[in-house]
Design a protein around this ligand. Structure first.
Ligand code: SF4
Ligand code: SF4
Length: 348
């Protein structure tokens, strides 16, 4: 366990949100097929001034760094003021972006501000695959050029690849390409339903048998296990004590959307409360919803996991099971990954 992970665990015990993801805007210049964001739903978005007030509240709560995301966050006018304000409070920041609109001077300024990490969505090494996913011709070229420029300047760049049925065959080549460019590759399998059902994201999900096959391919499985972005975010707990939480939900992580709704993690579908009507402190420490999620996340409530042979190999997710409307604690993605991992390790 690294120093930051250790620090996060300690803060989680005190329920100090270590890392907060903050959606600055839902607007985007791409139109990715799998995206969960409704890009038109911008009517009630907070202004930059209001978002700065939230940064004050995050600072008061003890937040260490903020990951700004979108939509495409660079479409929000004033976003650079947010970065400067965050740094003036001595908090760190990361961004998740397609980097398709970034100019070289802007990238240089990100470095000057001391950005901790730039996460760039790259779905394939092939233009015909990536650009079909983003529905924008030339987007792969722009994203890779930006990632390379940032990386050469010494900025930490992480490529974020969602694995779908249209790109899963590219994992190995994409991985090698990212390593050769000095970029840290990460892969993730969780496709989330889109807001307001604006697009059918689920039709890009891998079939269960494909997930199983992916994990049974030792080389691909090693890549996936080595570069699991979501697992790092979730900070899974393998202690299996009844009162212990299995992940960081509502403890050291939090997601705030562009309208000011606060969520206990990036995937959990129900908000804890709105910053338009309550203070962040009030929502985080006193809301009934947060108490409900904290209770739900204790290992003793993961009933199906207690008797499951794949338990030590699994990262069960109460948010995904809620999204799948399941009554037990086992989402389909967790199930197939866990059993394929088990077979791989135990050779059964
Ligand atoms: S596979 Fe399902 S039941 Fe087994 S540990 Fe994972 S989430 Fe729990
Ligand atoms: S509920 Fe799922 S997505 Fe949320 S932190 Fe836990 S494991 Fe991660």
């Amino acid at each position: 366990m690294g120093i930051l992970d250790k620090m996060e665990r300690k803060l989680a015990l005190k329920r100090i949100p270590f890392a907060v993801t903050f959606e600055v805007t839902k607007k985007c210049n791409l139109d990715c097929v799998h995206c969960y964001v409704d890009h038109r739903d911008t009517k009630h978005e907070l202004s930059i001034k209001e978002q700065m007030k939230i940064i004050d509240e995050l600072d008061d709560l003890g937040v260490v760094y903020i990951t700004f995301s979108g939509g495409e966050l660079f479409n929000k006018e004033g976003v650079w003021d947010l970065f400067e304000y965050t740094r003036s409070k001595n908090m760190g920041f990361k961004v998740i972006t397609s980097a398709t609109t970034l100019t070289k001077p802007q990238m240089e300024y990100l470095k000057e501000l001391g950005i901790l990490e730039v996460g760039i969505s790259i779905y394939s090494d092939k233009e015909e695959v990536h650009d079909k996913i983003t529905k924008r011709k030339g987007s792969l070229k722009k994203s890779v050029e930006a990632a390379t420029y940032l990386s050469k300047m010494g900025v930490k760049v992480v490529s974020k690849t969602l694995i779908m049925n249209v790109n899963y065959k590219d994992i190995r080549v994409l991985y090698d390409m990212m390593i050769s460019l000095g970029i840290i590759p990460t892969f993730d399998l969780s496709i989330i339903n889109s807001e307001n059902n604006v697009r059918d994201t689920k039709k890009y999900s891998l079939k269960k048998s494909d997930i199983y096959q992916l994990f049974k391919d030792k080389e691909v499985s090693d890549i996936l296990l080595d570069s699991k972005s979501m697992d790092e975010y979730c900070n899974m707990n393998y202690n299996f004590q009844p009162e212990d939480p299995r992940c960081s939900i509502a403890r050291s992580i939090m997601w705030i959307d562009s309208k000011g709704d606060v969520y206990p993690c990036l995937v959990y579908p129900e908000p804890l409360g709105s910053l338009k009507t309550h203070s962040l402190k009030d929502i985080w420490y006193n809301s009934d919803k947060v108490k409900e999620v904290l209770e739900l996340s204790k290992y003793k409530n993961y009933l199906s996991c207690h008797v499951c042979k794949a338990n030590p190999y699994c990262s069960p997710c109460i948010a995904m099971t809620k999204l799948e409307n399941r009554k037990d604690s086992c989402s389909s993605g967790s199930y197939y990954r866990a059993f394929a991992n088990k077979e791989l390790v135990e050779g059964v």
